[in-house]
Design a binder for this molecule. Structure first.
Ligand code: PMV
Length: 335
């Protein structure tokens, strides 16, 4: 008989949170405890191709370097199951994904990865979804992916309630900051895979850290202050809020039992250098995610100076300058 095939390719970029997402109130639906706010980058894109065919006995997942880990494949299959449910379509898919940045190193590869997969798979399964629905869908793969559907500054609303009410109200949308011209200097302290996944680290923090709830309370103030700072185009204020929010998130992890610590000696050297830059009058502010890499927020005009200063802490370290990038789109080549 005739084999029906449909295929869509999509491209998405990672985002780095200035107000972090840390902790779920629903593990299965990826409903967060707090709202978060991020900047989508213009480096480290993920390009994903999804090909749905009725002659495939099972999903097949491949990456640029061959076949991915079982854990990665399982997450992709679980995500495709969500889409198959929405589309009432049982067909299996072949997923090919190419990541231009380091994977699993706290550089938001899951954000770009699931945003690209959401757009590509929705297309291949014939779902006609608007941006909000795509954001909710990407969230099901990885919470932070909800934000990579959009470019620039983006807020992911925690939403209200649980189950369906939580699911429909927890999505991302763009935030305007027309006066800002920011850059994020990414210091690749260690591009290897992290020892503890963000999923496990979050769960442990929520369940055991006495510092989690105080950070949640502080995060509400941080988000409120961040909106004022973005609207005013006040980069030093944006940076200060981002830095305190990130260090507070890491404090919650240090308080978990057993503790989760992503800081490495190289991270500390970059953090020290950021303090020195500020003492020298350069508006530079650090943030860190579930890994040892440090991202330094500054004005685009200062980015070369900041990158050079950060690079001095370790001559072998890769340092990259990112500026605001676009939202997820259909298109791209994954060959
Ligand atoms: O989306 P996940 O499950 O990879 O979690 C991301 C968590 C952080 O990167 C540490 C913070 C954030 O808001 O992106």
């Amino acid at each position: 008989g005739v084999v029906s095939v449909s295929e869509t390719t999509a491209t998405a970029y990672p985002n780095i949170a200035l107000i972090k997402y840390w902790g779920k109130r629903d593990e299965a639906l990826h409903l967060p405890v707090t709202s978060s706010l991020s900047l989508t980058l213009d480096i480290f894109a993920t390009v994903t191709d999804v090909r749905v065919a009725d002659d495939l006995p099972a999903d097949v997942v491949t990456t640029a370097d061959g076949s991915p880990s079982r854990a990665f494949t399982a997450k992709v299959v679980a995500f495709l199951d969500v889409i198959r449910g929405m589309a009432s379509d049982d067909r299996r898919a072949r997923v090919h994904t190419v990541n231009t940045g380091p994977t699993g190193a706290g550089l938001a590869s899951s954000a770009s990865g699931f945003a690209a997969l959401a757009v590509a798979a929705a297309g291949a399964y014939g779902l006609d979804l608007d941006r909000r629905a795509l954001s909710r869908l990407a969230r099901r793969g990885s919470g932070s992916a909800s934000r990579s559907i959009y470019g620039g500054f983006v807020q992911w609303h925690r939403g209200d309630g649980l189950d369906t009410a939580g699911d429909v109200s927890s999505y991302a949308e763009p935030v305007d900051a027309p006066q800002l011209d920011p850059a994020l200097v990414v210091a690749l302290v260690d591009a290897g895979e992290k020892a503890v996944t963000s999923r496990e680290a979050m769960r442990r923090t929520v369940e055991t850290s006495p510092f989690f709830q105080p950070w949640v309370d502080a995060s509400k103030t941080d988000l409120h202050d961040m909106h004022s700072a973005l609207a005013a185009g006040d980069l030093p204020a944006v940076g200060e809020i981002a830095e305190r929010n990130a260090l507070g998130m890491h404090a919650t992890m240090l308080g978990a039992r057993p503790a989760v610590r992503y800081f490495a000696p190289g991270s500390m050297r970059v953090l020290d250098r950021v303090v020195e830059l500020r003492a020298a009058g350069v508006a530079a502010y650090a943030t860190m995610d579930a890994g040892p890499n440090v991202k330094v927020l500054c004005d685009r005009r200062d980015s070369a100076k900041v990158a050079a200063a950060v690079a001095e802490t370790d001559e072998t370290m890769q340092v990259m300058v990112a500026t605001p990038g676009p939202g997820a789109v259909v298109g791209g080549t994954s060959d």
